[in-house]
Design a protein around this ligand. Structure first.
Ligand SMILES: Nc1ncnc2c1ncn2[C@@H]1O[C@H](COP(=O)(O)OP(=O)(O)OP(=O)(O)O)[C@@H](O)[C@H]1O
Ligand SMILES: Nc1ccn([C@@H]2O[C@H](COP(=O)(O)O)[C@@H](O)[C@H]2O)c(=O)n1
Length: 228
Protein backbone atom coordinates (compact mmCIF):
# COMPACT_ATOMS: atom_id res chain seq x y z
CA UNK A 1 0.00 0.00 0.00
CA UNK A 2 1.21 3.42 -0.86
CA UNK A 3 -0.73 6.69 -0.73
CA UNK A 4 1.59 9.29 0.77
CA UNK A 5 0.39 12.86 0.45
CA UNK A 6 -0.87 12.32 -3.10
CA UNK A 7 -4.07 14.07 -4.17
CA UNK A 8 -7.08 11.76 -4.63
CA UNK A 9 -7.11 10.19 -8.06
CA UNK A 10 -10.20 8.84 -9.79
CA UNK A 11 -9.68 5.98 -12.23
CA UNK A 12 -12.45 4.60 -14.47
CA UNK A 13 -11.95 1.12 -15.93
CA UNK A 14 -14.55 -0.05 -18.44
CA UNK A 15 -14.81 -2.86 -20.95
CA UNK A 16 -16.76 -5.95 -21.99
CA UNK A 17 -17.18 -9.07 -19.82
CA UNK A 18 -14.10 -11.09 -18.96
CA UNK A 19 -11.54 -8.52 -20.10
CA UNK A 20 -10.01 -8.43 -16.61
CA UNK A 21 -11.64 -5.31 -15.16
CA UNK A 22 -12.24 -6.70 -11.64
CA UNK A 23 -8.89 -8.48 -11.27
CA UNK A 24 -6.97 -5.50 -12.61
CA UNK A 25 -8.91 -2.82 -10.71
CA UNK A 26 -8.66 -4.62 -7.37
CA UNK A 27 -4.91 -5.19 -7.73
CA UNK A 28 -4.19 -1.63 -8.92
CA UNK A 29 -6.24 -0.15 -6.06
CA UNK A 30 -4.51 -2.37 -3.49
CA UNK A 31 -1.04 -1.53 -4.84
CA UNK A 32 -1.68 2.23 -4.89
CA UNK A 33 -3.67 2.53 -1.64
CA UNK A 34 -6.91 3.47 -3.40
CA UNK A 35 -10.50 2.39 -2.82
CA UNK A 36 -12.15 0.00 -5.27
CA UNK A 37 -15.72 -0.19 -6.55
CA UNK A 38 -17.16 -3.10 -8.54
CA UNK A 39 -20.23 -1.52 -10.16
CA UNK A 40 -21.24 -4.80 -11.83
CA UNK A 41 -21.75 -6.21 -8.33
CA UNK A 42 -24.24 -3.40 -7.63
CA UNK A 43 -26.26 -4.22 -10.77
CA UNK A 44 -26.09 -7.90 -9.86
CA UNK A 45 -27.28 -7.08 -6.33
CA UNK A 46 -30.36 -5.19 -7.50
CA UNK A 47 -31.07 -8.01 -9.98
CA UNK A 48 -30.80 -10.56 -7.15
CA UNK A 49 -33.32 -8.50 -5.13
CA UNK A 50 -35.75 -8.32 -8.10
CA UNK A 51 -35.55 -12.09 -8.61
CA UNK A 52 -35.90 -12.79 -4.86
CA UNK A 53 -38.98 -10.58 -4.69
CA UNK A 54 -40.72 -12.13 -7.71
CA UNK A 55 -40.45 -9.05 -9.94
CA UNK A 56 -40.99 -9.89 -13.63
CA UNK A 57 -37.60 -9.27 -15.26
CA UNK A 58 -39.30 -8.96 -18.67
CA UNK A 59 -41.34 -5.98 -17.43
CA UNK A 60 -39.29 -2.74 -17.29
CA UNK A 61 -42.24 -0.84 -15.78
CA UNK A 62 -42.44 -3.28 -12.87
CA UNK A 63 -38.66 -3.04 -12.35
CA UNK A 64 -38.74 0.77 -12.47
CA UNK A 65 -41.56 0.92 -9.91
CA UNK A 66 -39.45 -0.81 -7.23
CA UNK A 67 -35.94 0.30 -8.22
CA UNK A 68 -35.62 2.59 -5.18
CA UNK A 69 -36.61 -0.07 -2.64
CA UNK A 70 -33.51 -2.20 -1.93
CA UNK A 71 -30.72 -0.70 0.15
CA UNK A 72 -27.46 -1.61 -1.59
CA UNK A 73 -24.20 -1.11 0.28
CA UNK A 74 -20.77 -1.61 -1.29
CA UNK A 75 -17.57 -1.96 0.75
CA UNK A 76 -14.68 -0.39 -1.15
CA UNK A 77 -11.60 -1.98 0.48
CA UNK A 78 -9.83 -3.76 -2.41
CA UNK A 79 -8.60 -6.43 0.04
CA UNK A 80 -12.18 -7.18 1.07
CA UNK A 81 -14.80 -5.74 -1.31
CA UNK A 82 -18.29 -6.40 0.05
CA UNK A 83 -21.84 -6.08 -1.24
CA UNK A 84 -25.06 -6.27 0.77
CA UNK A 85 -28.75 -5.79 0.10
CA UNK A 86 -30.99 -4.75 2.99
CA UNK A 87 -28.29 -5.95 5.39
CA UNK A 88 -27.79 -9.38 3.74
CA UNK A 89 -24.36 -10.30 2.35
CA UNK A 90 -25.07 -11.23 -1.28
CA UNK A 91 -21.49 -11.67 -2.54
CA UNK A 92 -22.19 -15.35 -3.32
CA UNK A 93 -25.79 -15.24 -4.60
CA UNK A 94 -25.10 -12.46 -7.12
CA UNK A 95 -22.67 -14.74 -9.03
CA UNK A 96 -25.25 -17.43 -9.88
CA UNK A 97 -26.05 -18.27 -13.49
CA UNK A 98 -29.61 -17.03 -12.93
CA UNK A 99 -28.47 -13.54 -11.90
CA UNK A 100 -25.85 -13.43 -14.68
CA UNK A 101 -28.48 -14.25 -17.30
CA UNK A 102 -30.91 -11.60 -16.01
CA UNK A 103 -28.66 -8.69 -15.05
CA UNK A 104 -28.54 -7.07 -18.51
CA UNK A 105 -32.35 -6.74 -18.61
CA UNK A 106 -32.44 -5.11 -15.17
CA UNK A 107 -29.44 -2.83 -15.78
CA UNK A 108 -31.06 -1.50 -18.97
CA UNK A 109 -33.93 0.11 -17.01
CA UNK A 110 -33.25 3.89 -16.71
CA UNK A 111 -34.62 4.12 -13.13
CA UNK A 112 -32.21 1.36 -12.04
CA UNK A 113 -29.28 3.13 -13.69
CA UNK A 114 -30.18 6.49 -12.10
CA UNK A 115 -30.34 4.89 -8.66
CA UNK A 116 -27.06 2.96 -8.99
CA UNK A 117 -25.23 5.85 -10.67
CA UNK A 118 -26.06 8.07 -7.68
CA UNK A 119 -24.58 5.48 -5.29
CA UNK A 120 -21.45 5.23 -7.44
CA UNK A 121 -20.87 8.99 -7.56
CA UNK A 122 -21.33 9.30 -3.78
CA UNK A 123 -18.74 6.57 -3.15
CA UNK A 124 -16.30 7.97 -5.69
CA UNK A 125 -16.38 11.51 -4.32
CA UNK A 126 -15.98 10.35 -0.71
CA UNK A 127 -12.88 8.16 -1.28
CA UNK A 128 -10.10 9.84 0.72
CA UNK A 129 -7.12 8.78 -1.40
CA UNK A 130 -9.03 8.16 -4.62
CA UNK A 131 -10.73 5.16 -6.16
CA UNK A 132 -10.67 2.70 -9.03
CA UNK A 133 -14.22 2.24 -10.33
CA UNK A 134 -14.85 -0.53 -12.83
CA UNK A 135 -17.87 -1.14 -15.03
CA UNK A 136 -19.35 -0.42 -18.44
CA UNK A 137 -20.25 3.30 -18.39
CA UNK A 138 -17.92 4.78 -15.79
CA UNK A 139 -15.81 6.87 -18.17
CA UNK A 140 -18.74 7.92 -20.35
CA UNK A 141 -21.52 8.63 -17.82
CA UNK A 142 -20.81 7.99 -14.14
CA UNK A 143 -17.47 9.83 -13.82
CA UNK A 144 -16.89 11.73 -17.07
CA UNK A 145 -14.26 13.88 -15.30
CA UNK A 146 -12.21 10.90 -14.04
CA UNK A 147 -8.46 11.59 -13.97
CA UNK A 148 -7.76 8.47 -15.99
CA UNK A 149 -10.02 6.32 -18.14
CA UNK A 150 -9.02 2.86 -19.29
CA UNK A 151 -10.96 0.66 -21.69
CA UNK A 152 -9.92 -3.00 -21.48
CA UNK A 153 -10.56 -5.33 -24.40
CA UNK A 154 -9.69 -8.95 -25.29
CA UNK A 155 -10.78 -11.37 -27.99
CA UNK A 156 -13.97 -13.33 -27.30
CA UNK A 157 -11.88 -16.52 -27.42
CA UNK A 158 -9.44 -15.32 -24.74
CA UNK A 159 -12.29 -14.10 -22.53
CA UNK A 160 -14.20 -17.38 -22.86
CA UNK A 161 -11.07 -19.40 -22.05
CA UNK A 162 -10.48 -17.26 -18.94
CA UNK A 163 -14.07 -17.59 -17.76
CA UNK A 164 -14.37 -21.32 -18.40
CA UNK A 165 -11.12 -21.85 -16.51
CA UNK A 166 -12.64 -19.90 -13.63
CA UNK A 167 -15.90 -21.91 -13.83
CA UNK A 168 -13.86 -25.14 -13.64
CA UNK A 169 -14.25 -26.71 -17.04
CA UNK A 170 -17.45 -25.00 -18.28
CA UNK A 171 -17.90 -25.46 -22.04
CA UNK A 172 -15.78 -22.80 -23.79
CA UNK A 173 -18.16 -22.36 -26.75
CA UNK A 174 -21.22 -21.94 -24.54
CA UNK A 175 -19.29 -19.50 -22.34
CA UNK A 176 -18.18 -17.55 -25.43
CA UNK A 177 -21.77 -17.31 -26.74
CA UNK A 178 -23.05 -16.17 -23.33
CA UNK A 179 -20.36 -13.45 -23.11
CA UNK A 180 -21.14 -12.21 -26.62
CA UNK A 181 -24.87 -12.13 -25.87
CA UNK A 182 -24.40 -10.15 -22.65
CA UNK A 183 -22.01 -7.69 -24.32
CA UNK A 184 -24.49 -7.16 -27.17
CA UNK A 185 -27.30 -6.41 -24.72
CA UNK A 186 -25.09 -4.07 -22.65
CA UNK A 187 -23.80 -2.26 -25.76
CA UNK A 188 -27.18 -1.76 -27.40
CA UNK A 189 -29.28 -0.48 -24.52
CA UNK A 190 -30.51 3.12 -24.87
CA UNK A 191 -29.39 4.41 -21.48
CA UNK A 192 -25.68 4.53 -20.79
CA UNK A 193 -24.53 1.59 -22.93
CA UNK A 194 -21.16 -0.15 -22.63
CA UNK A 195 -18.86 2.19 -24.57
CA UNK A 196 -15.31 3.50 -24.69
CA UNK A 197 -15.03 7.16 -23.74
CA UNK A 198 -13.32 9.26 -26.42
CA UNK A 199 -10.50 10.09 -24.02
CA UNK A 200 -10.02 6.53 -22.65
CA UNK A 201 -6.77 4.61 -23.12
CA UNK A 202 -7.57 1.27 -24.77
CA UNK A 203 -5.57 -1.73 -23.54
CA UNK A 204 -5.98 -4.98 -25.49
CA UNK A 205 -5.28 -7.70 -22.91
CA UNK A 206 -5.58 -10.69 -25.26
CA UNK A 207 -1.87 -11.46 -25.30
CA UNK A 208 -1.02 -9.99 -21.89
CA UNK A 209 -0.79 -11.77 -18.57
CA UNK A 210 -2.74 -10.32 -15.66
CA UNK A 211 0.46 -9.01 -13.97
CA UNK A 212 1.39 -7.25 -17.24
CA UNK A 213 -2.02 -5.54 -17.41
CA UNK A 214 -1.77 -4.51 -13.76
CA UNK A 215 1.71 -3.06 -14.32
CA UNK A 216 0.53 -1.15 -17.37
CA UNK A 217 -2.40 0.41 -15.49
CA UNK A 218 -0.32 1.19 -12.38
CA UNK A 219 2.16 3.06 -14.61
CA UNK A 220 -0.65 5.05 -16.23
CA UNK A 221 -2.10 5.99 -12.82
CA UNK A 222 1.30 7.01 -11.47
CA UNK A 223 1.88 9.23 -14.49
CA UNK A 224 -1.48 10.93 -13.93
CA UNK A 225 -0.78 11.37 -10.23
CA UNK A 226 2.61 12.91 -10.92
CA UNK A 227 1.00 15.39 -13.30
CA UNK A 228 -1.76 16.44 -10.85
N1 LIG B 1 -4.69 -10.78 -18.75
C1 LIG B 1 -5.24 -11.90 -18.29
N2 LIG B 1 -4.74 -13.09 -18.62
C2 LIG B 1 -5.29 -14.24 -18.18
N3 LIG B 1 -6.37 -14.30 -17.36
C3 LIG B 1 -6.90 -13.14 -16.99
C4 LIG B 1 -6.37 -11.88 -17.41
N4 LIG B 1 -7.14 -10.90 -16.88
C5 LIG B 1 -8.09 -11.52 -16.14
N5 LIG B 1 -7.95 -12.85 -16.20
C6 LIG B 1 -8.82 -13.87 -15.59
O1 LIG B 1 -10.02 -13.82 -16.35
C7 LIG B 1 -11.15 -14.01 -15.51
C8 LIG B 1 -12.09 -12.81 -15.69
O2 LIG B 1 -11.46 -11.67 -15.15
P1 LIG B 1 -12.29 -10.54 -14.42
O3 LIG B 1 -13.37 -11.10 -13.56
O4 LIG B 1 -11.31 -9.62 -13.80
O5 LIG B 1 -12.95 -9.84 -15.71
P2 LIG B 1 -14.09 -8.74 -15.76
O6 LIG B 1 -13.78 -7.88 -16.94
O7 LIG B 1 -14.21 -8.06 -14.46
O8 LIG B 1 -15.38 -9.62 -16.05
P3 LIG B 1 -16.92 -9.29 -15.81
O9 LIG B 1 -17.20 -7.99 -16.44
O10 LIG B 1 -17.64 -10.40 -16.49
O11 LIG B 1 -17.14 -9.27 -14.32
C9 LIG B 1 -10.60 -14.17 -14.09
O12 LIG B 1 -10.50 -15.56 -13.82
C10 LIG B 1 -9.22 -13.54 -14.16
O13 LIG B 1 -8.30 -14.13 -13.24
N1 LIG C 1 -21.19 0.09 -15.00
C1 LIG C 1 -21.88 -1.05 -15.22
C2 LIG C 1 -21.47 -2.26 -14.67
C3 LIG C 1 -22.23 -3.38 -14.91
N2 LIG C 1 -23.36 -3.28 -15.62
C4 LIG C 1 -24.27 -4.42 -15.79
O1 LIG C 1 -24.00 -5.41 -14.82
C5 LIG C 1 -23.72 -6.64 -15.45
C6 LIG C 1 -22.77 -7.45 -14.60
O2 LIG C 1 -21.48 -6.86 -14.63
P1 LIG C 1 -20.18 -7.72 -14.24
O3 LIG C 1 -19.05 -6.77 -14.45
O4 LIG C 1 -20.35 -8.13 -12.82
O5 LIG C 1 -20.15 -8.90 -15.13
C7 LIG C 1 -23.24 -6.28 -16.86
O6 LIG C 1 -23.44 -7.32 -17.78
C8 LIG C 1 -24.15 -5.08 -17.16
O7 LIG C 1 -25.43 -5.49 -17.55
C9 LIG C 1 -23.73 -2.09 -16.16
O8 LIG C 1 -24.77 -1.99 -16.85
N3 LIG C 1 -23.00 -0.98 -15.95
Amino acid sequence: MENGAAKPVIVAIDGPSGTGKSSTSKAVAAQLGLSYLDTGAQYRAITWWMVSNGIDIEDPTAIAAVAAKPEIISGTDPANPTISVDGTDVAGPIRTQEVTSKVSAVSAVPEVRARITELQRTLATSAEYGIVVEGRDIGTTVLPDADLKIFLTASAEARAARRSGELKGADVNATREALIKRDAADSSRKTSPLAKADDAVEVDTTALTLPQVIECVVTLVEEKRAAK
